[in-house]
Design a protein around this ligand. Sequence first.
Ligand code: MOS
Length: 729
Amino acid sequence: MIVGQSTDRLDGRLKVTGRARYAAEVKPPNMVHAVLVQSTVAAGNVAGIDATAAQTMPGVLRIITSANAEKLNLTGAKVLQSMLQNNDIFYNGQHVAIVVAVTLQQAQAAASRVRVRYTPTHAATMMDAALNQATLPTNFRDGKVEPDTRTGNPQAAMATAPVRIEQTYTTPIEHHNPMEAHATIASWDRDRLTVWTATQGISGAQESLASLFGLAKANVVVICPFVGGGFGCKGQTWPPTALAAMAARSVNRPVKLEVTRQQMFTSNGYRPRTVQSLKLAANQDGKLLAVQHDSLTQTSRPEVGEFAEPSGLAARMLYACPNIATSHRVVGINQGLPTFMRGPGEASGMFALESAMDELAVQLRMDPLALRLANYASEDATSGKPYASKGLRECYAKGAAAFGWQKRDAAPGSMRDGRVLIGLGMATATYPTVRMAASAQVRMMPDGTVLVRSGTQDIGTGTYTIMAQIAADELGLPLGRVRVELGDSRLPPAPISGGSMTTASVLPAVHAAAIQLRHRLLTLALAQAPAAWGTPAVKDLRLQDGLIVGPGGQVSAGDVVARQNVPFIDATVDIAPNAASKDFSCHAFGAQFAEVRIDPDLRTVKISRWVGAYDCGRVINPQTARSQLIGGIVFGIGMALMEETRVDAATGRTINANISEYLVPVNADIPVIETIFVEAPDLVTTELGVKGIGELPMVGVAAAIANAIYHATGTRVRDLPIRLDNLLA
Ligand code: MOS
C-alpha cells in the first residue's frame, strides 16, 4: 500500500529548483502591465479624475476609470465594488483606476501621476465604534446555516446555575499573507479569455469571470498549476482578477496585474475583527448547564458585499449541554470585504470558547482537561445527530501523555525553570468534515504509465501527491509511474480548495475513476488473452507492478492499451457527496497542549513546547499531513501572539500594510512541535475514511496559549494578539 505511507511531494523537486511556474511568472508574447490606483478616502465618491499628465507618459497604453471601464455583469458577484463600475467609495484602498503600460515601471510611474478628486463623506472605519449598529447577516453561510440557534433554555439555566462565566473576547483583523501574492495574466482571443491566476478555485474563477464578462463558461480557461499559499484569500475571485481581464481586452494584448504586498491588505479580503460574548454555566462537578455564544463581527458596507465570520458554530456541537444558544451579528463599516481565513469561524470562535472553558475550570478548581472530559459529547448537542466518527477522547489521552499534562501544578505562577515562569495550557480543536461533488479522470498510457487528471488545485498541501497515491494503489503501480495534472479548468471540474475539503472531495473521484479504469483494463486483457489463459473472469486477475496477472499468465497493462491501437484508455468519474452524511455530524477533532516560558520581569512570551493530537481521519500521507499540522499550529501561534492589522480610524487606512510591521512567526518563534495522529476514519463522508486537515490544527491554538499564559502569570488576556504589554499591568 502506498496510501498511508510518507512520500515526498511529487511537485517538491519542481518547487525547490524554481521550475514550478507560478501565475506571476507566465509571460505570453506582447504582454503588458497594469497597475491599480486606489482610493485615499474611506467614504464618498470620486468627483473627478485627471489623467492627462499620466496619459502622456512613456509607454502608457490606456488609463481605465469608471468613465471608460467595460460594464460588467455584477449579478451573483460576491464583491460588488472596486471594479470601476461607478464612482462610489466605501473603503480606503478601493480601486478607482487602472493604468496599463508597456512595462511595470511605466505603469507604476503613470499611476502615481493620476490625480483623483474625492467628495468625501463621513466614514465609519472602526467596528468598535459601531457595535450598536449590528445587524443580522443577510446571507449567513450562503443561507445554508442558521445565524442563530437555541436549544433548551440557556437563560433560565444560567439564572439558577451555581457557577457562571461571562466574558467578552476579541480577535483582531488579520491578513492571510501567503508568500505568493495575487497575480493574474489575462489574455483574450476574440471572445475567449485565458487567465493564469493565483487561486484556490479554478472552477469558481472560471464561473465568476464568465458571469462578469457575459461569456459562456467554456470560453474562459483558468490555469493555476501551483499556488504559493492561500489560507482563504485566494478562495473567491477578487476584483484585481477581473480588472486584469478588463485591461487586457481594452488594449487587446495580454495583461499582467500583480497585486503588491501592500495591496494584499486592501484587495483580497481579511479575517474580520470579532467581539464575542461567551457565557457558560455549570454544576459544581463541572457539567455544563448552559452555553451562550454571541458573536459580533465586522463586515463591509452592504453596497460592497457581506461576509459573516461564523464564530459560534463550534459552540453548537462541541460539548454535551442541554441549553445552548448562539448568535451572529455583523457590523457594516467602511472597510473592504472580509473573507474566509484559515479556520474561518472556528479559529476566532474557539479562542473565545476554549478560553472561557479554561476560566470555568479555574473557577471550579478543576483540571481543564477533566472539565472537557466531563462534558464530552456523544452526539451533536444542537442538531442531535450522531458524529460520523470521533476520536477526541484518544486525542486528549495521547496528547496529555506525550505532553506530561499530569505533572502540571494547577496554581498560577507555581511552575518555574530557574526564574523563568512556565505555563501549561490546553484547548480542544474541531473543524467540520466537508465533501463536495468532484470529478476526475485516470488514464493508462501504452507505455504503462498512468495520468491522473482533475480540475482541482494544490495550494501547497500535497494534493498532487495524494492523488497519485490513491491511483497507484488501485492500479498496482509504483508512485514513480503516475503523473498528475491539475490546476486547469479544462480538466474534469472539482470544488474550491477551501474548507479543508479537497482530500475528501477529490480523492473519492480519483479512487472511483481508477477502479473503473482497472475494470476496463482487466476486461480488455481477458478479451486479448491467449488461449493458454483459459477462461478466467475479471475477478481472477489482479494488477501488480504494472502487470495484469491471471492464473494462466501475465501481460503488461501498457501492452493491453497498445494492442487496442488507441493513445490511452481512461475512465472519468463525476461523483457526488454521500447522501447519508446529512444524517451525521461530521467533524475532525484535536487536542492542543502548549508550554510557554515567560520572563518574570520583561514578560516576554516564548512558546517552548507543543504537542497536538489530531483525529483527522485516515491519513493518506503522514509526511504531507504532518506538514499541514505544523503549518496550522504555526499559523495559530501567529494569531495568538503577533498577527494584527491596525487601521487608522481617521482615514480607514491600514497602518501596517507590510510584512515587517504585520508580524508573523519566524523559525525562532516556533518550538519543537510534536504531532500525533489519531485516525478515527469517517466512513460516512467517504469510503476512504478521510477528514479535512488544513484548518483543524490551528483551531484552539490561540486559546491553549492564552490558557498557558494565565497558568504562568495569573493574568487572563481576552484580546488577541497577546503582547507583553498585556502582561505588564
Ligand atoms: Mo480556507 S479559509 O476555506 O481557504
